[in-house]
Write a protein that binds this ligand. Structure first.
Ligand code: SAM
Length: 237
Protein backbone atom coordinates (compact mmCIF):
# COMPACT_ATOMS: atom_id res chain seq x y z
CA UNK A 1 0.00 0.00 0.00
CA UNK A 2 1.31 3.50 -0.76
CA UNK A 3 1.15 6.69 1.26
CA UNK A 4 2.50 10.23 0.97
CA UNK A 5 4.05 10.79 4.38
CA UNK A 6 5.41 14.21 5.33
CA UNK A 7 9.21 14.00 5.47
CA UNK A 8 10.90 14.44 8.85
CA UNK A 9 13.54 17.03 9.83
CA UNK A 10 16.31 14.84 8.44
CA UNK A 11 14.85 14.88 4.93
CA UNK A 12 13.68 18.49 5.17
CA UNK A 13 17.27 19.56 5.97
CA UNK A 14 17.86 19.48 2.19
CA UNK A 15 15.55 22.40 1.49
CA UNK A 16 17.76 25.41 2.36
CA UNK A 17 20.40 24.13 -0.07
CA UNK A 18 18.12 23.69 -3.08
CA UNK A 19 17.70 26.17 -5.90
CA UNK A 20 14.08 27.14 -6.42
CA UNK A 21 12.69 26.02 -9.76
CA UNK A 22 15.47 23.56 -10.54
CA UNK A 23 15.60 19.89 -11.40
CA UNK A 24 16.36 17.52 -8.51
CA UNK A 25 17.64 13.95 -8.66
CA UNK A 26 16.92 11.94 -5.50
CA UNK A 27 19.20 8.90 -5.35
CA UNK A 28 17.96 6.06 -3.13
CA UNK A 29 14.54 7.68 -3.07
CA UNK A 30 12.74 4.73 -1.47
CA UNK A 31 9.11 5.98 -1.26
CA UNK A 32 9.89 9.28 -3.05
CA UNK A 33 8.73 11.24 -0.01
CA UNK A 34 11.34 13.93 -0.55
CA UNK A 35 10.81 14.70 -4.25
CA UNK A 36 7.04 14.65 -3.70
CA UNK A 37 7.36 17.21 -0.90
CA UNK A 38 9.74 19.38 -2.94
CA UNK A 39 7.32 19.45 -5.88
CA UNK A 40 4.34 20.08 -3.61
CA UNK A 41 6.11 23.07 -2.08
CA UNK A 42 7.10 24.27 -5.59
CA UNK A 43 10.75 24.18 -4.54
CA UNK A 44 11.74 22.16 -7.57
CA UNK A 45 10.28 22.26 -11.06
CA UNK A 46 10.91 18.63 -11.86
CA UNK A 47 12.49 15.64 -10.18
CA UNK A 48 13.79 12.19 -10.95
CA UNK A 49 13.32 9.66 -8.16
CA UNK A 50 15.95 6.90 -8.42
CA UNK A 51 16.47 3.65 -6.61
CA UNK A 52 18.43 0.48 -7.23
CA UNK A 53 15.60 -1.79 -6.10
CA UNK A 54 12.30 -2.49 -7.88
CA UNK A 55 10.30 -2.55 -4.62
CA UNK A 56 11.09 1.06 -3.64
CA UNK A 57 10.68 2.22 -7.25
CA UNK A 58 7.21 0.67 -7.40
CA UNK A 59 6.30 2.31 -4.06
CA UNK A 60 7.71 5.61 -5.35
CA UNK A 61 5.63 5.37 -8.55
CA UNK A 62 2.46 4.64 -6.60
CA UNK A 63 3.08 7.57 -4.23
CA UNK A 64 3.91 9.96 -7.08
CA UNK A 65 0.71 8.93 -8.87
CA UNK A 66 -1.35 9.32 -5.68
CA UNK A 67 0.12 12.81 -5.21
CA UNK A 68 -0.87 13.73 -8.80
CA UNK A 69 2.76 14.45 -9.69
CA UNK A 70 3.45 11.89 -12.42
CA UNK A 71 3.92 14.71 -14.95
CA UNK A 72 6.72 16.29 -12.85
CA UNK A 73 8.52 13.35 -11.22
CA UNK A 74 10.13 10.60 -13.28
CA UNK A 75 11.32 7.34 -11.76
CA UNK A 76 14.48 5.47 -12.64
CA UNK A 77 15.60 2.06 -11.41
CA UNK A 78 19.37 2.36 -11.38
CA UNK A 79 22.53 1.93 -9.32
CA UNK A 80 23.58 5.31 -7.95
CA UNK A 81 23.91 8.02 -10.58
CA UNK A 82 24.17 5.73 -13.61
CA UNK A 83 21.76 6.99 -16.29
CA UNK A 84 20.87 10.15 -14.34
CA UNK A 85 22.96 12.65 -16.35
CA UNK A 86 20.40 13.04 -19.22
CA UNK A 87 17.93 14.47 -16.67
CA UNK A 88 20.41 17.37 -16.17
CA UNK A 89 19.82 17.77 -12.45
CA UNK A 90 20.71 21.10 -10.82
CA UNK A 91 20.82 19.44 -7.42
CA UNK A 92 21.49 15.84 -6.44
CA UNK A 93 20.22 14.42 -3.16
CA UNK A 94 21.75 11.29 -1.64
CA UNK A 95 20.10 10.75 1.72
CA UNK A 96 20.00 7.80 4.07
CA UNK A 97 23.00 5.82 2.82
CA UNK A 98 26.34 5.08 4.45
CA UNK A 99 29.26 7.44 3.75
CA UNK A 100 31.20 4.74 1.90
CA UNK A 101 28.31 4.01 -0.47
CA UNK A 102 27.80 7.72 -1.16
CA UNK A 103 31.51 7.99 -2.03
CA UNK A 104 31.25 5.01 -4.39
CA UNK A 105 28.21 6.56 -6.10
CA UNK A 106 29.98 9.93 -6.58
CA UNK A 107 33.21 8.30 -7.75
CA UNK A 108 31.32 6.39 -10.47
CA UNK A 109 29.73 9.59 -11.83
CA UNK A 110 32.53 11.90 -13.03
CA UNK A 111 29.91 14.21 -14.58
CA UNK A 112 29.05 15.51 -11.08
CA UNK A 113 32.46 17.24 -11.12
CA UNK A 114 30.67 20.31 -12.38
CA UNK A 115 30.46 23.58 -10.47
CA UNK A 116 26.83 24.05 -11.52
CA UNK A 117 25.62 20.88 -9.78
CA UNK A 118 24.79 20.99 -6.07
CA UNK A 119 25.31 17.85 -3.99
CA UNK A 120 23.24 17.51 -0.84
CA UNK A 121 24.38 14.45 1.03
CA UNK A 122 23.13 12.90 4.25
CA UNK A 123 25.36 10.02 5.39
CA UNK A 124 23.83 7.65 7.95
CA UNK A 125 27.33 6.61 9.01
CA UNK A 126 31.02 7.25 8.28
CA UNK A 127 30.57 10.95 7.45
CA UNK A 128 34.34 11.29 7.88
CA UNK A 129 34.96 9.07 4.84
CA UNK A 130 32.61 11.20 2.76
CA UNK A 131 34.20 14.51 3.87
CA UNK A 132 37.70 13.17 3.15
CA UNK A 133 36.61 12.10 -0.35
CA UNK A 134 35.03 15.48 -1.05
CA UNK A 135 37.96 17.57 0.19
CA UNK A 136 40.62 15.42 -1.46
CA UNK A 137 38.81 15.35 -4.80
CA UNK A 138 38.13 19.01 -5.44
CA UNK A 139 34.70 19.42 -3.86
CA UNK A 140 34.05 22.35 -1.56
CA UNK A 141 31.75 21.79 1.41
CA UNK A 142 29.62 24.93 1.33
CA UNK A 143 27.35 24.21 4.25
CA UNK A 144 26.42 21.65 6.87
CA UNK A 145 23.26 21.19 8.92
CA UNK A 146 22.52 19.10 11.97
CA UNK A 147 18.95 17.86 12.24
CA UNK A 148 17.15 15.91 14.92
CA UNK A 149 14.66 13.18 14.03
CA UNK A 150 14.91 9.89 15.92
CA UNK A 151 18.57 10.89 16.45
CA UNK A 152 20.99 13.56 15.22
CA UNK A 153 21.91 13.58 11.53
CA UNK A 154 24.45 15.51 9.47
CA UNK A 155 23.58 16.96 6.06
CA UNK A 156 26.45 18.13 3.86
CA UNK A 157 26.12 20.50 0.90
CA UNK A 158 29.03 20.35 -1.57
CA UNK A 159 29.98 21.51 -5.02
CA UNK A 160 32.94 20.85 -7.32
CA UNK A 161 35.60 23.55 -7.57
CA UNK A 162 38.58 21.44 -8.65
CA UNK A 163 40.62 22.60 -5.65
CA UNK A 164 41.61 20.07 -2.99
CA UNK A 165 41.25 21.43 0.56
CA UNK A 166 43.17 20.92 3.78
CA UNK A 167 41.44 19.60 6.89
CA UNK A 168 42.17 18.07 10.27
CA UNK A 169 40.81 14.99 12.04
CA UNK A 170 38.07 16.94 13.83
CA UNK A 171 36.93 18.55 10.56
CA UNK A 172 36.52 15.05 9.13
CA UNK A 173 34.48 13.79 12.05
CA UNK A 174 32.17 16.71 12.80
CA UNK A 175 32.62 19.16 9.91
CA UNK A 176 34.22 22.61 9.79
CA UNK A 177 34.04 24.61 13.00
CA UNK A 178 32.11 27.56 11.54
CA UNK A 179 29.26 25.37 10.26
CA UNK A 180 29.17 23.29 13.43
CA UNK A 181 29.19 26.13 15.92
CA UNK A 182 26.33 27.84 14.07
CA UNK A 183 24.01 24.92 14.83
CA UNK A 184 21.77 24.94 17.91
CA UNK A 185 22.33 21.17 18.05
CA UNK A 186 26.14 21.42 18.13
CA UNK A 187 26.41 20.94 21.91
CA UNK A 188 24.42 17.71 21.89
CA UNK A 189 26.26 16.47 18.84
CA UNK A 190 29.72 17.15 20.30
CA UNK A 191 28.74 15.54 23.64
CA UNK A 192 27.71 12.38 21.77
CA UNK A 193 30.88 12.25 19.69
CA UNK A 194 33.10 12.82 22.74
CA UNK A 195 31.25 10.13 24.72
CA UNK A 196 31.77 7.61 21.89
CA UNK A 197 35.47 8.47 21.59
CA UNK A 198 35.93 8.19 25.36
CA UNK A 199 34.31 4.79 25.36
CA UNK A 200 36.53 3.61 22.47
CA UNK A 201 39.63 4.99 24.21
CA UNK A 202 38.69 3.29 27.51
CA UNK A 203 38.30 -0.04 25.70
CA UNK A 204 41.62 0.38 23.94
CA UNK A 205 43.38 1.42 27.15
CA UNK A 206 42.02 -1.66 28.92
CA UNK A 207 43.49 -3.79 26.14
CA UNK A 208 46.82 -1.98 26.32
CA UNK A 209 46.36 -0.33 22.89
CA UNK A 210 47.49 3.15 21.88
CA UNK A 211 44.83 5.87 22.25
CA UNK A 212 46.75 8.82 20.80
CA UNK A 213 44.22 9.28 17.93
CA UNK A 214 41.20 9.28 20.26
CA UNK A 215 42.97 11.54 22.80
CA UNK A 216 43.81 14.11 20.12
CA UNK A 217 40.28 14.08 18.78
CA UNK A 218 38.69 14.34 22.22
CA UNK A 219 40.86 17.38 23.00
CA UNK A 220 39.96 18.97 19.69
CA UNK A 221 36.21 18.36 20.12
CA UNK A 222 36.31 19.67 23.70
CA UNK A 223 37.93 22.79 22.38
CA UNK A 224 35.04 23.24 19.93
CA UNK A 225 32.56 22.48 22.68
CA UNK A 226 34.10 25.14 24.93
CA UNK A 227 33.67 27.69 22.17
CA UNK A 228 29.95 27.12 22.38
CA UNK A 229 30.18 28.47 25.96
CA UNK A 230 28.04 25.64 27.23
CA UNK A 231 28.70 23.86 30.47
CA UNK A 232 29.71 20.25 29.84
CA UNK A 233 28.06 17.69 32.07
CA UNK A 234 30.30 15.54 34.25
CA UNK A 235 29.15 12.24 32.76
CA UNK A 236 29.95 13.12 29.19
CA UNK A 237 32.86 15.56 29.20
C1 SAM B 1 17.56 3.75 3.98
S1 SAM B 1 16.79 4.05 2.45
C2 SAM B 1 16.82 5.82 2.42
C3 SAM B 1 15.61 6.37 1.75
C4 SAM B 1 15.56 7.89 1.69
N1 SAM B 1 16.59 8.42 0.78
C5 SAM B 1 15.73 8.45 3.07
O1 SAM B 1 16.79 9.03 3.36
O2 SAM B 1 14.81 8.31 3.88
C6 SAM B 1 18.03 3.65 1.29
C7 SAM B 1 17.48 3.51 -0.13
O3 SAM B 1 18.58 3.51 -1.01
C8 SAM B 1 18.42 2.51 -1.96
N2 SAM B 1 19.76 2.16 -2.44
C9 SAM B 1 20.71 1.43 -1.82
N3 SAM B 1 21.82 1.36 -2.57
C10 SAM B 1 21.57 2.08 -3.69
C11 SAM B 1 22.32 2.39 -4.86
N4 SAM B 1 23.55 1.92 -5.04
N5 SAM B 1 21.75 3.16 -5.80
C12 SAM B 1 20.49 3.63 -5.65
N6 SAM B 1 19.73 3.36 -4.58
C13 SAM B 1 20.26 2.61 -3.61
C14 SAM B 1 17.68 1.39 -1.24
O4 SAM B 1 16.99 0.55 -2.13
C15 SAM B 1 16.76 2.20 -0.33
O5 SAM B 1 15.52 2.44 -0.94
Amino acid sequence: MSSTKTPDNRLLSAIPYLRTGGVVADIGTDHAYLPIELCRRSICRRAVACDINEGPINAARANIRAAGLSDRIDTLCTDGLHGVEPYAPDDILIFGMGGELIVRILREAPWVRNDRIGLILQPMSRAEILRRYLWENGFEIRGETLSRADRLYQTICARYTGNAETFDEADLLVGREDFLLASPLAGDFLRQKIAVLESVAAGKRAGGADTAYEDRLIASLRNRFNKLQLQPTEETI
